[in-house]
Design a protein around this ligand. Structure first.
Ligand code: ATP
Length: 252
């Protein structure tokens, strides 16, 4: 490790500095643990900073309500910080307007949510085709089939999400997230809706694809065993980063 906690010799893909997130609150909706930031505002994240090296897997852990999802939303550019900067692959998110941000997200990131977030009226193949069509990829259909093959669902191309099990739906979501070979994968409790055995199988698949493609991973999880599979672990509590632990030195 070097002085800033990154494995030696790796370039930084994600860098966040001095992040604050404050949202307006309805009267009576103030979280007593955090208090009121003043004038009906709640501070969800306070002075958060982090760096993630290219190819690294970072696990984010912390109690419910500590701000993990909020942090992920900022990194995805789905929410804007009240203060602070986020730079991903050399691009400062705050400098982009909404269209440019959406384009940058499509080119650079894949996102996997706890609730799968597949489009219910589209088949597995059509769901995986969406990011390819948005990227204007002419080889879309072949790439989408290959991605579904890679997650073991080559025989379920024409099934709607409602005709698939939870584990199968999350595998479709993984295929959709990886199909454009994003440099960064953001995953928010991807096993949260799965039983432990199915969740373990889906996570084996995710880490295997992450290693195969050299994808940088930011993974929110409540599962210590899953966090321990990451190269580093970041602990968030009450909107602050409390500790940054290397789990193990990555193989050089
Ligand atoms: N838009 C919002 N308005 C008001 N409060 C919010 C908003 N978004 C998040 N919060 C609050 O901010 C806190 C952090 O929420 P967040 O979802 O980031 O936590 P979390 O660590 O991901 O929790 P969990 O592990 O339960 O998913 C919570 O107290 C939540 O109620």
């Amino acid at each position: 490790m070097d002085g800033d906690g990154l494995p030696n010799g790796r370039t930084t893909l994600v860098e966040a500095q001095d992040l604050w997130l404050t949202v307006p609150t309805r009267a009576g909706a103030v979280n007593p643990r955090r208090g009121d930031a003043g004038q009906g505002a709640l501070t969800i994240l306070h002075d958060v900073g982090l760096r993630v090296a290219e190819g690294e897997a970072l696990g984010i852990v912390g109690p419910s309500g500590s701000g993990k999802t909020s942090l992920l939303m900022l990194l995805a550019g789905l929410e804007r910080p009240t203060r602070g900067t986020i730079r991903i692959a050399g691009t400062t998110l705050g400098a982009l307007d909404e269209d440019a941000l959406a384009r940058f997200r499509r080119q650079t990131m894949g996102i996997v949510f706890q609730s799968f977030q597949l489009i219910p009226t589209m088949t597995a193949l059509e769901n995986v085709l969406v990011p390819l069509e948005l990227a204007g990829r002419p080889d879309g259909a072949a790439a989408a089939r290959a991605a579904l093959d890679a997650v073991g669902l080559g025989h379920r191309l024409d099934h709607l999400p409602g005709e698939l099990s939870g584990g199968e739906q999350q595998r479709v979501a993984l295929a959709r997230a990886f199909v454009t070979r994003p440099r960064l994968l953001l995953a928010d409790e991807p096993t949260g809706n799965l039983d432990s055995r199915t969740g373990a199988a889906v996570m084996d698949l995710m880490f295997s694809l992450q290693r195969q493609y050299g994808t940088t991973l930011v993974l929110i999880t409540h599962d210590p065993a899953l966090a321990a599979r990451c190269d580093r672990r970041l602990r968030v509590d009450d909107g602050r980063v409390l500790a940054d632990h290397p789990v193990r030195e990555p193989a050089s």
